[in-house]
Every structure is written in structure tokens, then in C-alpha cells.
Design a protein around this ligand. Sequence first.
Ligand SMILES: Nc1ncnc2c1ncn2[C@@H]1O[C@H](COP(=O)(O)OP(=O)(O)OP(=O)(O)O)[C@@H](O)[C@H]1O
Length: 682
Amino acid sequence: MELFTVNRYTEDHKKSKGSGETANEDAILQKLLQKAEKRKRKHKSSEPEAPQETVEDIKEPEAKEDATQDEVETEPTEETAPTEEVDSNDFQVIGSTAKKQKVEMVLPAWLAHPTIIEGGNLIPDGDAEAAGDDEASIKQLSYLEKSTLRALKQMKIKRLFPVQRAVIPWVLEAQSKPEPFRPRDICVSAPTGSGKTLAFAIPIVQMLANRVECKVRALVVLPVAELALQVFKVFSVLCSHTELQVCLLSKQHRLEDEQKKMVEQYKDSYYSKVDIVVTTPGRLVDHLHATKGFCLKSLQFLVIDEADRIMDAVFQNWLYHLDSHVRSTADQLLAGVQAPLCYQELLDSYGKQPHKLLFSATLSQDPEKLQNLRLFQPKLFTTVLTLPKLQPKLENGEQTEQDVQQSANQFIGKYTTPAELTELHCLTEMRYKPLTLYALVQQYGWKRFLCFTNSADTADRLGFVLSSLFKDTSIHVAELSSKMSAHNRKVRLSQFMRGGINGLICSDALARGIDVPNVDIVVSYDAPRHIKTYIHRVGRTARAGQKGTAVTLLTDQDQQQFKKMLNEVGKSLGDEITTSPDLELQHAGIYKTALEGLRRRQENQKKDQRVEKIRKSRKANLHKQAGGADGLTLMEKLQLKAIDDLADEKPKEEPKQPKPEGQKGPKAQNTQLMRLDHQLKC
Ligand SMILES: Nc1ncnc2c1ncn2[C@@H]1O[C@H](COP(=O)(O)OP(=O)(O)OP(=O)(O)O)[C@@H](O)[C@H]1O
């Protein structure tokens, strides 16, 4: 089929232009007429009613002037464009206005037909005992080793949760099959707080417990350092009754310290000192490149927790690095660059892939993303029993056949919240939001709450305002954001866990996976922009079978958008919670004072930033003039040190605490910095 014609410049064309311009025009006209005739015939057979195109149309001066415009003829016009749906077997003409056939998403069979984890609800130990439910009691489960039982006792765990009862025996069974059987990789989608960590930690520890030589055999990858630490602690308890060594890698430690913990060198060979490595993707890549002797050729398990987050584009290249590392070590063995201990080792390491275990509360249903992980005959476990009901398309509320079909193709484990969670919302206005939150805490007596904002800046400002509002009360709130150093974050979190802080204001850095016991309320101060963010935020409460409440503050503008987002995944807005207008009015005065305080602080921060900028540029200039640090006079070196000391002294994260008398506040330091800067200028 001729889609379009482009007339190119040719020598003949040029020659004829000078001598017989009219003859050439006639030839073009002739050609055009022939084409029009051809089209007319074609139309007659397909659309008899279509209005006939006249020759005059073609005789348009533009057509004569430039024969390259022939292509216009073949572009579909309203008359020529087919209105019926295109047969999917035909090629589609680019730019065609033809109605595209709607393509239904069809999931691969393993995603569309998951293994359902029975008994979705988590019953707290006490209630289960009272109900005489001994089935899940760890003493009854023959597949649990003695060391595991002891560790679980240490953790005060008496029963396994449904996800653990489904996944642990399955992995143990799959791993026990002899070669050439290869265990199927698994994806587990279960609600937040349903005990996914133990579901992968127990079988790994049990399978590796009898190993002879220490080698890295399990790699657990988590998106952030706090989560890695949490999972590391679980592994540490489980391994405490075995000889297995577990190691945590994250940017919170020095690379050299971690290297010493992982590998030791004896003569010319390196030996692994650890069996299980828990890491963040970034740190893993650092070690793959920088740590000599860090070898993953014996990797038996690769766990990806919070899998959907890890599969996001930012983290993509860690997989590439891991893959190429595993391949290159196998190649080195084959090429004889690295001597195998025996022939069997060579055989064992060649082309061997670790058993991949993926876990998440919001697992991606995008097969393309999952494909990056090159899963081997994957199997999906999910706890959800009911399908989210799609919005009916018919006016009478009935579902169309298409709806039903679409429901069948929905991945049912996609976005689920724990059954013990109550979801509420509170309507407010943008400018009174902090006051509304303050009134809610006071009115309902919240003692342990997490409050999420959409950015670290908002968390910082809200933390300041709420601290001022609660100044004279027994409630202590504090901020925790990605702007803080890892150490300070750790300190704040443990203060909150120990009850020293009642309310933690945080950005979404803490929304995923963090297990803080007994959080009663999760407040979304800013409405979340994505459903996954919402699911993970609210998942910080109602964990491990406990009850919990999630409250979202909504302005008029937010409401529609948020409702739509929930409806799309079969959830609803939940009940409304209100504050007493009296309470808000009553505290309007302190709210005003808090806002004024915030304004002053913002101004001071701006000043600080300006001074810091000047300091840096002065320092750079001084270095430039002296041609490096060695060229500085003693006086200049002292001046530089004084600048650095002052900058280090500056309290960066605790500006809210009033300074004791006599101690220099940021303002005094600023003046000193300026004075020093002036001296340097002179
Ligand atoms: N069988 C059990 N009995 C009692 N408590 C348990 C059991 N298993 C896990 N827990 C506790 O439940 C809490 C949540 O567990 P875990 O962090 O593994 O959940 P999760 O499913 O990974 O949650 P998230 O998706 O938010 O990361 C932890 O405090 C853990 O100690």
C-alpha cells in the first residue's frame, strides 16, 4: 500500500524546468489527474455516498506550484477517514483519525491467578489463645527448627501470621528439591504490618544454618537505611542461635569499617566473614565496585523488600551492577583468572541464579517492571480475598460486561490496607491546617501519632509551629525529615519509640516499612499524591493485628482529587471527623504568635544562608589567592579555622530550643561571622 509520495529533486526535473516549463507542468497535472481518478474509483467501491472530489480541487495553484504536495492527497480527510474501528490485523496509518480499538490489559497468568493466602486477618496472640486457635501456634509447626523456635520465643512470638504460614513452608519445600529442579521465584503482596519480614527471614536462616564454609549466600535489599537496620535486627535475633553471620551495609557507616567486617585476606585469597548481607541498593553498588573479595558467586537467595520501590527507575542500575558482578565472577572462574577450589565449585557457580523473593504491600502489577528482575517461573502470593469493586458504568448501577471482564483482569493484591485500620478524614482550610491538627490532638487526646507531610520543608515548618502551640502542654512534638543527619534521625526515632515524643512530624522518608510499635494515629497533613504513598503512610498504624486510625486533612481543593484516587482502587473516603470551632477560636491567639515566630525564624535562616554563602566564597578566594592551603600564612589559617569552628557550632536542627543566658545565639554568631568576613576582606 502506498502511504504517501515524496517527489525528490532530480536532474531531469532541473533540465526540463528551463526549456519546457509548461510541458513539465502538464506532466505533473496529468499525473495528479490519474491519481485523483484512481482515488475516485477506490471511494466508489468503499463509500458510495462520499462527495466526489472535483478536478478543480487538484488544479489549485498550490498543487501546481509544488508537486511535493501530492502527499496531501493521501492524508485522510473527514470524507476519506474510515469511521469504523480498525481491524487489529491491519497496519495503522500514522496520523489517521480512525478510532483506535481499546486494548484490554491482560495480565500474565501468574499475576492474574495468584495463590491466595487464607485467613487475611491477624489475630493478636492473646485473642487467639482465648479463642483456642492453636493451629498457628509455633509449637505445632513441624517445619520450624529448634533454633527458630528459640529466636521466636525471644521475640515473644507465639503464632505465625497467615503470610508466614503460607510462605515459609513453601520456600523450605522448594529449596529442598535436588538439582536440576530450580525453585520458582516468588512475589508476595501482603498488607503493611502483616509480618512479611519473618516470612523471608525464617526460611533463609533455616536453609543456611547447616552451611560449612562462610560465604555470602543471602542478599537482602531494602530502599532506605532505617529499613535495612530494622530487617538486620530481625536476622540478628534469628541467627543468634546458629553459626550464621549477618552484616548490615548502609551509608550510615564508614565503607572501610564495613569492608573489614565482611572480608578478610589470608595470603593472596579473600574469605567472606558473613553469610547474610542486608543492604541498601546504593551501598551494595559501592561495595561491588570497591570491596576486594566481596563475592556473590555463591548467592542462594536474593530478597527484595519493598520491591515496587526498589524497582523504580532511580534504583534500576543496582540490578545491572549485581548481575554483571555475578556474571563476571562466574566468567573469571571459567577463564581460570580466579582458581576454583574444585571442579564441583566450577560447575556449581556457572550460570547459577539466586532464588528471588520479592515482598511489598503495593506490589507493581507492571509486568514490564517485573521483567527487569528476570524472575524464574514466578509465583504470586497475595492476602486479598475480595476484588475492589469498579465504579459501575451503567446508570442503573449494574456492571457492564466490560466491567466484569476488567475486574477479572485486576491484580487483586494491588493496594490493600489492614482490616484493623479505620480511615477518617477532616475538612479544613489551608491557612488553619496546623490549628486544626492542634485542635484534633487536644480534642481526641492523641498520645502517639505520626504526621506525614508531602515535603521535608513542610515537615520542618509544621514541626516548628506545632512545637510552639504545644509549648505549655504535656504533649511533645518533634520533626523528623530527610534533611536531618542519619544520626539525629535515629535519635529522634528512638525517642519516639520510648515515648519521650508524642507526635512525630515527618516527610514520606519514613512512610515505608518502618515498624514503630503502638502508633495509634497516622495523620496525613498533606493529602498524599499517590495511592501507594497513602497505603504506606497509613500502614504505620494497625500493625500486627493491632487497631489503628488514619486521618487525612483535606481542603476543598484536595477533597475531589483524593476521593477519586481512593475510588480508583475500590476504597472510599471514610467517615468525617470534626473539631470543635470553639477550640480553634480559643487557640487563635497562640496560633498567631506561633506563626510570627515561624516568620522570624525563616528570616533568620535566610540571613544564615547568606552569611554561609559569603563565608564559602571568601574561603574559596583566600585559597585561590594563596594557591592552596599550603600557601596560607598562619594568620590566614587561623582565620579560616575560626570560620569553620563557628559554622560547626551553629545549631542546625535544634533552633527551636531557647538558649540559656550567656550562650551565643545564631544572631550573635552571625554578627561574629560578618565581623570575621569583614576582617578577611580587609
Ligand atoms: N507472628 C507474629 N506474631 C506477632 N507479631 C509479629 C509476628 N510477625 C511479625 N510480627 C510483628 O509485626 C510487626 C510488623 O512486621 P513486619 O515489619 O515484618 O511487617 P511488614 O509486613 O513487613 O510491614 P510493612 O509492609 O509495613 O513493611 C513487627 O513489629 C513484628 O515484630
